[in-house]
Design a protein around this ligand. Structure first.
Ligand code: SF4
Length: 78
C-alpha cells in the first residue's frame, strides 16, 4: 500500500518530499507531484515533511481525493 499525493500539492509544489524520499519515487507530473506506487516502500517520510499535508497513506485518503490513486498509477504505467 503506497502513499499518495493529493490535490493540495497543486497550489504548493514545495518539493520537500523529494529530498525526504529514500527511494526517489516522487516526480513532478504536470500540475503536482506523484508517487510511484510500485517503488514506494511506505516509510512515511514524505508525509511528515509536506508543508500542506497533501500526502496520505492510500488507505487513509479522503473520499474526495480517491482520484489521486489513478493519477499516480496512470502516470507510471508503462
Ligand atoms: Fe518515498 Fe517513503 Fe513517501 Fe513512499 S512513503 S514516497 S518511499 S518518502
Amino acid at each position: 500500500m503506497a502513499f499518495v499525493i493529493t490535490s493540495a500539492c497543486q497550489n504548493e509544489k514545495a518539493a520537500t518530499c523529494l529530498a525526504a524520499c529514500p527511494v526517489d519515487c516522487i516526480v513532478l507530473a504536470g500540475t503536482q507531484y506523484v508517487i510511484d506506487p510500485d517503488v514506494c516502500i511506505d516509510c512515511g517520510a514524505c508525509e511528515t515533511v509536506c508543508p500542506v499535508e497533501a500526502i496520505y497513506p492510500q488507505e487513509e485518503l479522503p473520499a474526495d481525493e480517491l482520484g489521486a490513486i489513478d493519477l499516480a498509477r496512470n502516470y507510471f504505467k508503462p
